[in-house]
Design a protein around this ligand. Sequence first.
Ligand SMILES: [Zn+2]
Length: 193
Amino acid sequence: MTEPYQGLPDQSADPLVETSRRTMITGVSAAALFAPAVAGWATQAQAQAAASAEDEAFMKLALDEARQGDYPFGTVITKDGVLWASGHNSGRTEQDPTAHGEMVAIRNFLTKHSAADLAGTTLYTTGEPCAMCMGAILWSGISRLVFAASVDQMATKIDQIMISSAALAEVAKFAPISITGGVLADEAMALFE
Ligand SMILES: [Zn+2]
């Protein structure tokens, strides 16, 4: 079952987002708030940090990337408010099942920058990262993840490995990461129509 997240326009009135803001301000980790016994987006949302207008602007770039993909998934990586790298799904074109938008963006980043430069970056992606991509994000030491459509939402349209980014972050204590979900989720889901 999917519990659609209503996205940014309603966030000011959304108690989950209020919880999220407190999460960000107090620096409580996703691990501290994640409750695996309770399924669904509401639980995941408690681990989210609040989104900003800048988040929407970069997510729009990620959506532009997604429109160029074999499958509609796009990613941009930013640091200090500047675009550093981008990528989109090229699994069919490249005959590479690992060529998800996030993986491609990280590889593109590394063609121009050092791995150490990944610290302090934010990765924006139109679909919540799969287990492979979230593993790569955690191993990369990326500081913040912002996604549009959730795994639960995308599962209504396309096969998904049914585990959330927050659940994976929870079991990777070595890689603290801030997660914000639901940014322009409706636009991302529309790419599947
Ligand atoms: Zn992936």
